[in-house]
Write a protein that binds this ligand. Structure first.
Ligand SMILES: Nc1nc2c(c(=O)[nH]1)N[C@H]1C(S)=C(S)[C@@H](COP(=O)(O)O)O[C@H]1N2
Ligand SMILES: [Mo]
Length: 223
């Protein structure tokens, strides 16, 4: 009676069926959805964009801040990718537009001994990613999703997008990029989640599995 299929039916899951030829794109233990779940800690920040800035600091020759106007004048890249959340939902073919991280990096004077990056976001959110991973073609400082500006709940005005890692690494409401010599764990990484977070290796947790119900995401808010 209380097997997994029954539980999912009862929870009116927005899970959708997956065609055989797409199964290789779904990481182990994930379910496919065509909705867009909304997940974060704390309140959705409200901004005065004239005061907003993105700060770049740490292992750089000079600390710099960028205004929204400066960033929006930079060359933009559009990508389509699959995204995977540690709470077990995946969404295929999501479309994003923003500045390719590698292009942004090339404008900065980052010291050669910088090997890791801490992404700083509102409210007091942090997540760490190796610099090498941010250099992938599809890593963006994203302003737009699905041909529209990001909605408040999905990270307006700017979020990071790192498609090849679990989605908690894709910090919404991005405010700072800190280049580091040594790695340091971010918010979820300090709270039992995996330091690197490769979905295809199922790197969800760093130690024992955390008690996250399999259908937790289904009970959250969606677009
Ligand atoms: N600033 C900030 N960014 C965040 C979070 C957060 O709590 N604060 N949550 C992360 C988590 S756990 C996930 S799964 C994704 C969810 O993004 P979405 O709400 O656009 O689906 O945002 C990530 N980025
Ligand atoms: Mo998440």
């Amino acid at each position: 009676m209380h097997n997994k299929a029954d539980r999912l039916k009862k929870s009116k899951t927005p899970q959708i069926a997956i065609a055989d030829d797409l199964k290789h794109r779904l990481p182990p233990g994930q379910m496919l959805t065509d909705r867009f779940p909304i997940l974060h800690e704390g309140e959705v920040p409200v901004y005065d964009l004239s005061q907003w800035e993105l700060r770049v600091f740490g292992e750089v020759e000079e600390t710099r801040t960028f205004s929204m106007d400066e960033l929006q004048a930079m060359p933009m890249t559009t990508i389509s990718c699959d995204i995977h959340c540690v709470t077990r939902w995946s969404k295929f073919d999501t479309k994003w537009e923003g500045i390719r991280f590698r292009d942004f990096y090339n404008l900065l004077k980052v010291k050669p001994d910088a090997k890791y990056v801490m992404l700083h976001a509102d409210n007091d959110y942090e997540t760490n990613v190796p610099l090498e991973d941010l250099m992938h073609d599809d890593v963006l400082l994203a302003f737009r999703y699905d041909d529209k500006p990001l909605t408040d709940k999905h990270g307006f005005p700017l979020r990071l997008l790192v498609p090849h890692l679990y989605f908690w690494k894709s910090a919404k409401w991005l405010r700072g990029i800190e280049f580091m010599r040594e790695d340091r764990p971010g918010f979820w990484e300090r709270n039992g989640f995996h330091n690197y977070a490769d979905p295809f290796e199922e790197q969800r947790f760093s130690g024992e599995d955390l008690p996250i119900p399999e259908d937790e995401w289904v009970r959250k808010e969606f677009d």
